[in-house]
Design a protein around this ligand. Sequence first.
Ligand code: 9MR
Ligand code: 9MR
Length: 594
Amino acid sequence: MKVTKLCFLAILQCTGLLAAAQSSQDIIKINQSGYYIRASKIAAVTSDYKTDEYAGSNFGFFVLKAETGDTVYKGALGPIRQSGNSSIKTRIADFSALQLAGQFNIYIPGIGTSYTFNIGNDVHRKAAIAVLKGFYYQRVSMPLDEKYAGKWHRPAGHPDTAVLVHPSAASLKRPAGTRISTPGGWYDAGDYNKYVVNAGITTGTLLAAYEDFPAYFEQLETNIPESRNGVPDILDEALYNIRWMLSMQDPDDGGVYNKCTNAAFDGMVRPGLTKLPRYVVQKGTAATLDFAAVLAQAGRLLKKFSRQYPRLADSCLRAAESAWSWAQKNPALEYNQNGINQRFEPKVTTGGYGDRNFSDEWFWAAAELLASTGKKGYCDTLSSHAAGPVQLPSWGNVRMLGYYTIARLQKSLPAFAGGLAEDMRKQVIAFADAYLTRPAANAFGTVMGGTKSEFNWGSNSNAANQGIALINAYLFTGDKKYAAAALTNLDYLLGRNATGYSFVTGIGHKPPMRPHHRPSISDGIDDPVPGLLAGGPNPGMQDHAYYEHTEPETAYSDTDASYASNEIAINWNAPAVYLFNALEALQKRVWSEP
Ligand code: 9MR
Ligand code: 9MR
């Protein structure tokens, strides 16, 4: 029966009638970036969405040496797992016992072979560097030279040296129409605007990566113009955006404008081609507190580099404290774009990042300022906003970033913060503990996908942020099970997921080729700009683009119209930078020689 069905499929395929039949490479889902020699190694063999045919088979599997086809390992597929996030069924091929460096394929009789993959040390270094370098490609106001940008070199994008104060942002000293200079920073995403709220969590996450793994980052080079200036590339990259953030603060009162933006989204054109006016819009509590948090972090971390950047650390800390003072006077000023558009012209229709709950922003800013200054007042604010369970970070919920910092720096905080820090450490560990049982239950063997609600706009950032929580638990406890769980989400992001995509451009055999990213769409180059993480499966499908599959974990469309599943964004790339590089930094410690 099985044989007849397969022949029938083969005939259909040959006559071109069954365009959507999956290849063996699509069926056998692997981490396309590879596997560490002594870490867990699994592939998920999936059904074809319509039948259980492949997943239902009882075939054994073989691992073959790519060069020779010799069998180096054979095993049995695990029992059928029904995914909770789609109609897909899987069987797991576990070849963790194969601890051999080299290039391999999985072969399953009746199905065929997988993509070729590497087993080795440093296998994810390329991906780890790529996602950090992705930020360089998002730089707004400087030319990207061929020396650093390769075939994606381009002239500078928006100069942003004469940006108009929008009527919503008018103040006594800066009436509407005043020109201010706010150059640099990164484009937020596939669009050409710069948003402080989203830049906050993004830059904060990059700085946290450095603070957790300084020695690793001090030797990591990404070939950016600042490489080899004595400052780690990750800090130089973050600084390109931090300098922009500084220019978004009103020097008169310390408040921070929500964004620097066009009135409406640009078309699918080269960066900076349109010369339409740019505006800074209303200041807000979320933007100002996120700014305070990041500048406090920078003030702490840049001290070590005072030779390269004299006085910069102090300026950052001062900016953070004056932002904090503004927020104390404006403790809950929402950025409500619809409301603003009813009162002012021109109407602004770009991303809102409107947030109405500021408790988490107060918390994060207080945490970073406490860590950088040791002042008791910040600790009091922290305690008063500490209530409530911890939740995975997102642009609208940054509380957990404060937990990480306070728990990380526990030992260097003043005594009065000791109890609080201990409690936060415990909460982060408990949060991570809840993830540990997931891989055994999940159809793809990953932490990602424990609930359907994880598949929202930018779902891939959830996978990465879950990984960060687990890495923190590892750092706090030294227990390798947390690092192993974090690795399952790197596997998820780089191919072992229901879509079979490796979600980072330029990485793996099947990366996104048509991200919603204006620079990639408009450059006439087939390959998109590399090192960018696609948003990922999002059954909300708010873009009304064409989706071949629409279930929570399959609703991903590699088309440039799909901004709800296939845009890229800095706040999604940053946790990938943390996760990928953390695992590269930890690999030898966690998965060492027996
Ligand atoms: O390109 C825009 C993208 O960055 C945003 O995430 C998205 C949602 O706000 O909007 C995109 O712009 C689209 C706009 O909303 C509607 N007209 C088409 C635009 C380009 O696809
Ligand atoms: O990441 C944002 C997501 O959480 C929201 O649901 C979505 C719609 O408001 O907007 C996303 O952010 C977009 C921003 O508004 C404009 N630049 C592109 C961002 C990523 O799509």
